[in-house]
Write a protein that binds this ligand. Structure first.
Ligand SMILES: Nc1ncnc2c1ncn2[C@@H]1O[C@H](COP(=O)(O)OP(=O)(O)OP(=O)(O)O)[C@@H](O)[C@H]1O
Ligand SMILES: O=P(O)(O)OC[C@H]1O[C@](O)(CO)[C@@H](O)[C@@H]1O
Ligand SMILES: [Mg+2]
Length: 534
């Protein structure tokens, strides 16, 4: 089957030619015309002559559904739609146009064929690459307002902005779609089957965005797919909004699969939340900027303390289990940090090029120094030196040892006992403080976009999706796509190089483990189409 595509070089969106005949040929529900294709459908493209900024492209759905080896593939990684497994699903006109907010909006509904390109830095002849569906209101919805019974659940650790997302889902459902049956599931996944629900209304959530944490409470562990879906069925819930990190999104994928297996008309929408910014595909997770901003206060305090004494060494420990994004960004933002240690970049203490040597150099030069440490850094050394046994939290995440205390002690011992130097150590651990605060103004706006995109998607009948910004545009991403890998700092990317150039810290490159890690990252990068460089 042939599809005509047109795009502007200045536009991130690609639109398929919306000819009626095409729609009829592809899908009886015209506004969901992509949804007949299975996830990760690939189209081989034949390029036509490019005229100025626009070019029109013919593409052909791959008949075998497999990976097309042609260079100029257009790949749509689509999200499921309820019509995929519910026969004769009715659709209704979207009531949005009748709401005061949208009454005079020029283009209320997104073009159903708009997609967001995952890769926007391209060369003239490079392949078209992967695309995701653009979020936004569709002309047709699959739920009548009075029929919707939505629920919201929050799982995993805290993050600034969770309450804003809750608020905006409730207010979005109510003001845009006239939905008034919205339940809050309390205490994370286990709350589905072990706690009572609370009714959420625009009034009850009115000022929750000013508070940190989650008004619904959260938990780790307790994901029992069958019990959860039984409960969804028993309560007559037909839209499930799930706010949480990588673990939560895996849980959401399991719920979606079970819902599909049972053939239920239930839309499952994931909203990615993580302070660690470790969720793949999306640009950045909400609350991250707020946390980085708050981390500045701890770094400033450490700097003030150590520059006020002779040979002051300050250590600030920040969150980041497997990904050092908070530490990296907080360091880059501060300029008062001499060294940033993250889980992705192993370091060593003794000998030439090691951390002790660097600390001594900085003390000689400046009489003080500040180290920012991600909690997941150096765990291999700690485990070795403390003979620790592996402990896990209720979700199966490894419990970390306190690298901040360990490093403080190591530096103190080295300078006092080996180098016979007087130093003053200051250890600041603001880990929970940076995630327990309300979100900043810009994060609040980001949370609003996420929440409203999720609401539009669920109302339109999309399911099994996570919503998030891809190259600054909100997209519906298949849940499995965001859980297959974890986002980590790439030592081979320019952002880490910028950090090294800013701190002038050692790269610890003459260490064998570091070399091995970098070699591995380089080979992983070849398979990783996500552009992490900025
Ligand atoms: N593979 C999985 N399948 C189903 N459920 C899962 C899976 N992994 C985790 N979960 C569930 O998801 C919830 C949250 O997981 P977890 O504690 O790992 O936090 P998270 O969502 O990754 O957030 P964060 O890491 O940002 O704190 C828990 O209730 C856990 O039981
Ligand atoms: O103590 P809690 O609540 O389990 O959270 C700690 C973990 O949560 C995170 O913020 C997110 O996974 C990690 O950085 C941190 O290790
Ligand atoms: Mg996690």
């Amino acid at each position: 089957m042939e599809i005509a595509l047109g795009f502007s070089s200045q536009n991130l969106f690609l639109s398929r030619n919306s000819s009626e005949s095409y729609h009829k040929k592809i899908n009886p529900i015209s506004s969901f015309s992509f949804s007949n294709f299975a996830l990760r459908k690939r189209f081989s493209l034949k390029r036509q002559p490019i005229s100025r900024q626009h070019c029109s492209i013919k593409c052909q759905a791959s008949t075998n559904g497999g990976i097309d080896q042609q260079n100029d593939d257009f790949i749509l990684e689509d999200v499921p739609h309820l019509s995929n497994f519910i026969p004769d699903l009715p659709s209704y006109p979207n009531p949005l146009k009748k709401t005061p907010g949208y009454a005079i909006v020029k283009k209320t509904f997104v073009n159903p064929e708009d997609v967001v390109a995952q890769k926007i830095v391209v060369q003239k002849d490079s392949p078209r690459g992967i695309h995701f569906r653009r979020t936004g209101p569709r002309e047709k919805v699959c739920f009548k307002s009075e029929e919707v019974r939505a629920c919201i659940v929050t799982c995993g650790g805290l993050c600034p902005g969770i309450n804003t997302v809750i608020r905006e889902i409730v207010c979005g459902l109510s003001s845009m779609y006239g939905v008034d049956q919205i339940l809050g599931i309390q205490g994370g996944y286990r709350g589905f089957y072990s706690k009572n629900t609370i009714q959420l209304t625009p009034k009850s959530v009115n000022d929750i965005h000013k508070r940190g944490g989650t008004i619904l409470q959260t938990s780790r562990g307790g994901h029992d797919t069958n019990k959860i879906v039984d409960n969804i069925q028993d309560r007559g819930i037909n839209q499930v909004y799930i706010i949480g990190g990588d673990g939560t999104q895996k849980g959401a994928a399991a719920i979606y699969k079970e819902v599909e297996r049972r053939g239920l008309k239930v839309a499952v929408a994931g909203i990615p939340k993580t302070i660690d910014n470790d969720i793949a595909v999306i640009d950045k997770s909400f609350g991250f900027d707020t946390a980085v901003e708050e981390a500045q206060r701890a770094i400033n305090a450490a700097h003030v303390e150590v520059e006020s004494v002779e040979n002051g060494v300050g250590i600030v420990k920040l969150m980041g289990r497997y990904s050092g994004f908070i530490a990296m960004h907080a360091t880059l933002a501060s300029r008062d940090v001499d060294c940033c240690l993250i889980p992705e970049s192993p370091f060593y203490l003794e000998g030439h090029g090691g951390l002790f040597e660097f600390v001594e150099e900085r003390l000689k030069e400046n009489r003080h120094m500040v180290i920012v440490l991600a909690e997941g850094a150096g765990q291999e050394y700690l485990a070795e030196s403390m003979h620790a046994v592996d402990e896990k939290d209720a979700s199966g995440n490894k419990l970390l040892l306190d690298v901040g205390l360990w490093l403080t002690q190591k530096i103190k011992d080295h300078f006092t006992n080996v180098r016979k130097m007087d130093i003053t150590m200051k250890y600041i651990d603001p880990t929970y403080m940076i995630r327990a605060i309300p979100s900043s103004a810009s994060d609040n706006i980001y949370c609003t976009l996420l929440a409203q995109s999720a609401v539009h998607g669920a109302m339109a009948g999309f399911t099994g999706f996570t919503v998030g910004p891809v190259n600054s545009r909100q997209a519906y991403i298949p849940i499995s796509r965001v859980t297959e890998t974890q986002n980590t700092v790439k030592l081979t990317d320019r952002m880490w190089a910028r950090l090294l150039a800013s701190t002038n810290q050692p790269s610890f490159l003459n260490c064998e483990i570091v070399q091995k890690k970098i070699n591995k990252q380089t080979s992983d990068d070849i398979n990783d189409i996500k552009i992490t460089s900025m």
